[in-house]
Design a protein around this ligand. Structure first.
Ligand code: BDR
Ligand code: CA
Length: 325
């Protein structure tokens, strides 16, 4: 039986890698793509999810979710979010792909997630690639149903690592309230896999990989190559290295193949900080057991092989033989 998966996402270049791979994976039944404000405002991320379903010719429904984080929702304000310098003006590296609305659903992401888990209790896995606002709102609305989620794979957080502040990663920083709700309310009931910065920063896509995608990956390869240019520049200017960390792809690959990870803390409980200085910081609670597995390190070679295999199945053998100088 195929695994039932909801992709909750804010595409985003690295989200796009994971979505393309997941939509091409015949072992997964992608029940829907739920969008959340994060890398860009909600209308742009919804448009991007629609673009990706159409690029791959898939009739998978896209649901509009939270328009801002839980703190703003509670205070009835919206702060315009813009990660232009990370993901480009269109959120997909200025690739400006075409799309229409035929995959756009007419119920909200929150209704869809709750209805789907009610329909398939303990069967639905959520691949959460953005801020956890949609899941937080679902918990507020129907905690008992959310406890029947089979698993959540969340790209976010980090132990002693941050990328938005010295303490916090972007997804968890942007909605620390939702993040706290998810861990406080679900970690005793649901398997949660935290694939944070410790895991993602042990992997990389480099310029040889991107060249291979451009030369061998047909139309999709060219788009991924082009999309990654904006993102790659940021890594060079910000961290001083050539190549990029494709965070959300690491979460996806861990969901489909545990071999990508070589160090995981299992059965721990996570504490999420919400004070101003440490907003969104994640720490492991001492001496307390729960259902969280924190991926601490990945094998970079296995990551690359799995990435190419999941994006361009028929090119994998060739990739293994390519020589670099
Ligand atoms: C996370 O933030 C976003 O920029 C990426 O899409 C990823 O989900 C990394 O901190
Ligand atoms: Ca993301």
């Amino acid at each position: 039986m195929k695994r039932k998966v909801i992709i909750d996402t804010d595409p985003g270049i690295d989200d796009a890698y994971a979505i393309i791979a997941a939509l091409n994976n015949e072992d997964l039944d992608i029940l829907g793509i739920t969008c959340v404000c994060g890398n860009k405002g909600i209308d742009i991320v919804v448009a991007n999810a629609l673009k990706l379903t159409q690029l791959l010719n898939k009739d998978i429904s896209v649901f509009k979710g939270a328009i801002t984080n839980m703190s703003n929702i509670r205070n009835k304000t919206i702060d315009p979010i813009d990660a232009d310098q990370v993901h480009g003006a269109d959120g997909l590296g200025n690739t400006n792909l075409d799309y229409d609305d035929h995959n756009l659903a007419n119920i909200s992401a929150i209704e869809f997630i709750i209805n789907t888990i009610k329909k398939y209790p303990n069967e639905v896995e959520i691949l959460a690639l953005g801020p956890l606002t949609n899941i937080g709102l679902c918990i507020e609305k129907d905690l008992e149903t959310m406890k029947q989620t089979k698993a959540i794979y969340s790209m976010g957080g980090g132990i002693d690592k941050g990328n938005t502040t010295p303490y916090a990663e972007f997804n968890y920083y942007y909605d620390e309230i939702a993040t706290k709700l998810v861990y406080d309310q679900l970690q005793d009931h649901v398997k949660i896999y935290m694939i944070g910065l410790n895991a993602t920063h042990s992997t990389r896509v480099d310029h040889n990989d991107l060249a291979f995608m451009l030369y061998e990956g047909d139309m999709i390869g060219k788009i991924i190559h082009n999309m990654t240019q904006v993102y790659g520049q940021l890594y060079y200017r910000h961290y001083g290295y050539l190549g990029a960390v494709i965070h959300d792809m690491v979460a996806y690959l861990y969901m489909i193949d545990r071999n990508v990870a070589d160090k995981v803390f299992t059965g721990v409980a996570i504490e999420v900080k919400t004070d101003k200085e440490h907003r969104g910081q994640t720490t492991i609670k001492k001496d307390i057991k729960a259902n969280v597995n924190v991926v601490m390190h990945c094998n970079p070679d296995i990551f690359k092989s799995l990435m190419i295999k999941s994006l361009f199945k028929d090119k994998y053998e060739k990739y293994l033989k390519v020589k670099t100088i």
